[in-house]
Write a protein that binds this ligand. Structure first.
Ligand code: IPD
Length: 277
């Protein structure tokens, strides 16, 4: 424990837990739902309330820090990762699940300094599991060390993915054909659970062997990337090159062999970049 960002890490844990309480309570209540980029891209008052709470508390304690957050970005704030200490926040990951009371909903808080991810905190609020990862210090769930699976064969793999908000016919065809390619490669299964961050936490826990997605955002990836890497996993670009947090695409796996197999099987779906929106 310890390290230069200890105070920030502790603040993230406290706020993720507090946010989780608010979300759990709101889950049972009636929600006013609005749409963003598509009919499947949802936002509720709770997303905004939780984001405002997290940012205002952090700003009070760390006034010089910068913020990238889902609902601020939806209102036009730019997503640029500068060398300054930057918080990257998804107040509710799995908003569609939240709206339907499907119990896979998380708060995700990532932190980067000099464009390098330092730590990630993800609170699975419906199951009260707190996932944490700190650069060089391992990944944990409720205090228990996480370890990815060592699987290298697609024909023995459980693979996770997410559909993403883009639902035009061309995107959907590519999405389905990517799934088909993995199933042709005899993957044991492909799962869509409705939360990118929690899918990556399952990967970090060894409960799945790989994850890929086109059309996710830097706030879906920031915290989870540290957790997967600290659990021994690989997070890379779908081209097989290094991860680009702003590229809206990712492949992650327990082993490099598996990540490369998945990357090679996929057709690219162009979803733009977070820093060009
Ligand atoms: C979304 C969910 C979804 C994934 C999207 C994410 P949100 O996050 O994780 O499963 O497909 O790419 O943006 O909008 O619920 O925070």
């Amino acid at each position: 424990a310890g390290g230069p960002w200890e105070e920030c890490f502790q603040a993230a844990v406290q706020l993720a837990l507090r946010a989780g309480q608010i979300i759990r309570k709101a889950l049972a209540e009636e929600k006013r739902v609005s749409t963003k980029t598509s009919a499947a891209d949802l936002v509720t008052e709770t997303d905004r309330l939780v984001e405002d709470l997290i940012i205002s508390e952090l700003r009070k304690r760390f006034p010089s820090h910068r913020f990238i957050a889902e609902e601020a970005a939806a209102s036009g704030a730019k997503c640029v990762l500068t060398p300054s200490p930057t918080w990257i926040i998804d107040p509710i990951d799995g908003t569609c699940n939240f709206v339907h009371r499907f119990p896979t909903v998380a708060v995700s808080i990532g932190f980067a300094v000099r464009q390098e991810l330092e730590f990630g905190v993800i609170h699975h609020c419906t199951e009260e599991r707190l996932y944490t990862g700190r650069r060089g210090q391992g990944a944990f769930c409720n205090g228990q060390r996480l370890r990815v699976s060592g699987e290298t064969e697609l024909s023995r793999a459980l693979v996770l993915t997410e559909i993403g908000p883009k639902r035009d016919p061309a995107t959907l065809r590519l999405f389905l054909s990517n799934m088909e390619r993995l199933l042709h490669g005899r993957a044991h299964g492909v799962r869509v659970i409705g939360s990118s961050t929690l899918a990556l936490c399952h990967l970090a826990s060894g409960a799945a062997d790989a994850y890929y997605q086109f059309g996710l955002h830097c706030w879906d990836l920031a915290a989870a990337t540290v957790i997967v890497r600290e659990a021994g996993g690989i997070v890379m670009d779908t081209s097989g090159g290094p991860l680009d947090l702003m590229s809206c695409r990712v492949v992650a796996a327990g082993t490099r062999e598996m990540a490369i197999l998945i990357a090679q099987a996929l057709q690219t779906i162009n979803c733009g970049r977070d820093d060009e929106k």
